[in-house]
Write a protein that binds this ligand. Sequence first.
Ligand code: CP3
Length: 346
Amino acid sequence: MSASLANEKKILRVLRGQSELVPPIWLMRQAGRYLPEYRATREQAGGFLDLCYAPDLAEEVTLQPLRRYAFDAAIVFADILLIPQAMGQKLWFETGEGPRLSPIENADNLSCDSVLTYLAPVFETLKRLSTSLPNDTALIGFAGAPWTVASYMVAGRGTPDQAPARHLAETDAAAFQSIIDALIESTVDYLAAQVDAGAEVLQIFESWAGSLEGDAFERWCVMPVATIIEALRNRGIDVPIIAFPRAAKSHMGAYCAATKCDALGLDTGADIEAIRAETGPDMVLQGNLDPLVLVEGGEKLDSAVRLILDKTRGTPHIFNLGHGIVPQTPPQNVARLIELVKEAGI
Ligand code: CP3
């Protein structure tokens, strides 16, 4: 290993294609409701969105999991739905139910002009974290992919099958495209500003990739993410970018080639070996552990973690879940997970 690689943070080494005996680990939603200290800080903030827009408290909840666990990265505390809010759409969270937005059918009332001003608190949180994080912990910024974010903007809420957005895309493709285009523009500005504020890695969450196939998948999932990544590269942003097309039915080799992502997030249902065969030996893969196995713990957790370690040994892999950690996860199971991953080095 060259001297410069050896000094680099572990997750950044892996994102440059190096395999590690003990893979780096972080968890999607690692700052969240399974931690009592998170619930206390959210209470102090008043609500979830207040927490996202209060840099001191968002910094605090981002750091909380790192005080308990030796994660290799922290993801800035924010949400993928802050972008539509910054573009002028009403957003609120119904307790116990999730996000609500005033539904839209086109981009008429959206504006990209104030996005960076509106989201300035997120950049402030990142700036604070770049000095307060432990030296060996990498800072991850993120955004939702346009299709996923648009699915909430059109329906006004989370939906099991994204039917309202699919319907609009099918019946008025031009109107839907106007929403996607506005999201692409805002997301490029937002991600570039996150890197300026200290993000060392970016992740693009395409949580609802699974609801599109064929041409619709190409047009609404692949093209927008490819456009965002190309625009970031054209602006000189060179940090590694992880794409996470959850439950995508399409070929992942083609997805990686088309989007030019540096790493691919694997959902719980993904077959690591099949995807490795499709993407080739150099693609960096991340994730795959079932969040419900982390809730269950015990023997089942031990064997699931060892199986993933076996399947990924000698390849560039970032240990993570296949989807966000769920609130009922016992915190001691996360400690056990870290222990199991470290055992890969014994
Ligand atoms: O990962 C992290 O720790 C960083 C913060 C983060 C949050 N949301 C905080 C959050 C990230 C990266 C997200 C991404 C996000 N947000 C996605 C993509 C990933 C995924 O899970 O599919 C989506 C679809 C959203 C939209 C969203 N935000 C929903 C559907 C909900 C409600 C569901 C839920 O889990 O309650 C949220 C709320 C939310 N975002 C919470 C957190 C910690 C819970 C809010 C609370 O404290 O009550």
